[in-house]
Write a protein that binds this ligand. Structure first.
Ligand code: HEC
Length: 136
C-alpha cells in the first residue's frame, strides 16, 4: 500500500513537471510570435527597445504600468489609452488609439512579449481567452 501511494505521488509529480514544461514552451512560442507583431503595430511609438519617446510615448521597458494586472494591460491595447498617466514617475498626456483590429491571439502574444522583455519579467501568461473576455 505504502509503495502504491508513493508511486502515485511520484506519478503526480511527474505529470505536474511535464505540464509545467509545456506551459513554459507555450509561453516561449507566444513571446517569439509577439516580438514580430510588436514590431508591426507597437514599435512605431514605443520603439524597438521599448523605451518609448521622451515626453510623447511612455516606455514599456521596466515600466511600472506594465506591472498592473493583465486585464488592465489588455484593455489599454483593446480600447486605447488617453488622458494623463504617470509611468515611472514621468507624466504623459497623449492619445494611444485602440488596437482592437488585432486578433486576440496577437494581443496575447504582444503582451507576453512586452511582459518578458527589456528587463520586464512578470509572472503569468496572457491568453487569447482573457482577451476575448474583455472584447465588447
Ligand atoms: C500611435 C502611437 C502608439 C501605438 C501604435 C501604440 N501605443 Fe501604446 N501608448 C501610446 C501613448 C501615447 C500612450 C500614453 C497615453 C496617455 O498619455 O494616456 C500609450 C500607453 C501604453 C501603455 C501604458 C503605459 C506604459 O507605458 O506602460 C501600454 C502598456 C501600451 N501603450 C502598450 C502598447 C502596445 C502593446 C501597443 C501595440 C499593440 C501599443 N501600445 C501601440 C502610443 C501608442
Amino acid at each position: 500500500m505504502k509503495k502504491l501511494i508513493s508511486s502515485m505521488a511520484l506519478l503526480t509529480l511527474g505529470v505536474l513537471a511535464v505540464s509545467f514544461q509545456q506551459d513554459k514552451a507555450l509561453l516561449k512560442e507566444s513571446i517569439a510570435r509577439g516580438k514580430e507583431v510588436y514590431g508591426m503595430y507597437c514599435q512605431n511609438c514605443h520603439m524597438e527597445d521599448g523605451k518609448g519617446q521622451e515626453g510623447v510615448f511612455p516606455p514599456l521597458a521596466k515600466s511600472d504600468f506594465m506591472q498592473k494586472p493583465i486585464a488592465e494591460l489588455i484593455n489599454v491595447v483593446l480600447k486605447g489609452q488617453t488622458g494623463a498617466i504617470t509611468v515611472n514617475g514621468v507624466s504623459f498626456n497623449n492619445i494611444m488609439p485602440a488596437q482592437d483590429y488585432l486578433t486576440s491571439e496577437q494581443i496575447a502574444d504582444i503582451l507576453n512579449y512586452t511582459r518578458n522583455s527589456w528587463g520586464n519579467r512578470l509572472k503569468g501568461m496572457v491568453t487569447p481567452e482573457q482577451v476575448n473576455h474583455l472584447r465588447e
